[in-house]
Design a protein around this ligand. Sequence first.
Ligand code: GUN
Ligand code: ZN
Length: 509
Amino acid sequence: MTNAYLLWKNKREKALKRGVHKVIGFEGPVMTDSGAFQLMQYGNVDVTNREVVEFQEAIGSDIATPLDLPGLGTRVKMVSNLKETIKRARECKELIHDSKSLWVGPIQGGAFPTLRRKSARAMRELDFDVYAVGSVVPLMNDYRFAEAFDALWAAKQELPLNKPVHFFGAGHPMMFAFAVALGADLFDSAAYSLFAQRGKYLTITGTKELSELEYLPCSCPVCRKHEPGELDERMLAEHNLWVSLEEMARIRQAIHENTLWELLEERARAHPQLSYAFKRFSRYRNYLESLDVFTKKRFFMLSGESRLRPEVYRHTQRMKELSGRGIGYRQLVDLPPFKQVPVELAGIYPFGQRVLPGEREQAPAVPDWRKADGIARYLYGVGLPRGLRFEKGKTGRLRRAYKGDELLVSFRASDGMIIPHGFARIIHKKTRPPAFRVQVDDEVQEFARKGKTVFAKFVRGCGPEVRAGMEVLVVNSKDELLASGTALLSAREMLDFDEGPAVKIRVRF
Ligand code: GUN
Ligand code: ZN
């Protein structure tokens, strides 16, 4: 990331002639900022929105930014700044056509969530390629993480899920995991060097003064080879960058293995203000739940904040919903951090995958039919018919259930969930659309019937309760059952994405 305003001021001719990549000597993707940050720091800049937009286009920036008005202040001030930012964003869209650059829609609104949401809606309407949440630097500098996360969360409520979101000026790796959990995809790459300029040595648990370090608690190429006293600014910047990249890789791996929440519980211990901000995640539970996958390999209970996990909220909501529809359970048990779990569910995710401090609890034994029926009602609100024949594995785990010769359900080995086979017809009959359904464009219905993966591009509708990892019904516009399979996206993602797979078909009808 580099600053188009400073290039415009100091190296204009050279940048116009040779392009931004040559001028800074970097052939990878280059994001340019507009000078808005200087505007926030020094009060004014001598460039107009139009000038800096056209300049970024001309120097071949890969990701470019209009001149927004950042800052934190009174509501009145924020309303007027926001108005101007939206005007400039619109002007930017009018100025550029067939641009090779990706353009950033900056989101402002200060400390006012309603203004943040309004700002995000306006940018979404203008259809930018990337969205960036601004004015969080002063908050981050003061360790006011909770307010910075509130701003990100408010914006994400309104932003499409298929476009990347940048967190302007946020570059300390100690908070990356939280911002990622809230839906940030990009961070400024300037922070590592700005910290180095001030003699700051970044670690994953906070910032240290290089001058106070007796030891280098890091094994990056710089720290391996040097003593604290030997580090110059360049080496310090390199170390800071290694630490940032390492945390990025750790976060990616955590997403890959569905353990991001557990990383948050770890990171929240680094600073009291992070721990405070993390507790505020309970405010975001609706949003977090709506995008959290339905099943994971494990559920580590690492701290009291495990109670804030989306799985806990999801279960509480599900029990309320079922009881509202007259679906009850006879025997409930406390399985921390969950309260009131029907005994039938003790084996399925998240209950059966929990790892707690202390002794392992013994799950109460439940007869086969009652267990399977209990899981079916929990998942779909629809029970199983009586008189089933169960097939079991060597260890006594349920594998399949038949009604006569028909395979009705199988049981997923990884998480104990039922997979509807013939049961999909019963769910289809007994629930009303769009519940548990992914509706595909009629043009591709034959592909779905043949068992081909459904792509997000062809999804026309989706039950609001659908989550990635859930077994769902695939239907056409007349609600005819085509197939059933595993959802690979959550409901909001199904509708926002226009690329990539959406449902992996298991059973054809
Ligand atoms: N860098 C840090 N914060 C901001 C912001 O709010 N807007 C822009 N354009 N750049 C920033
Ligand atoms: Zn290091």
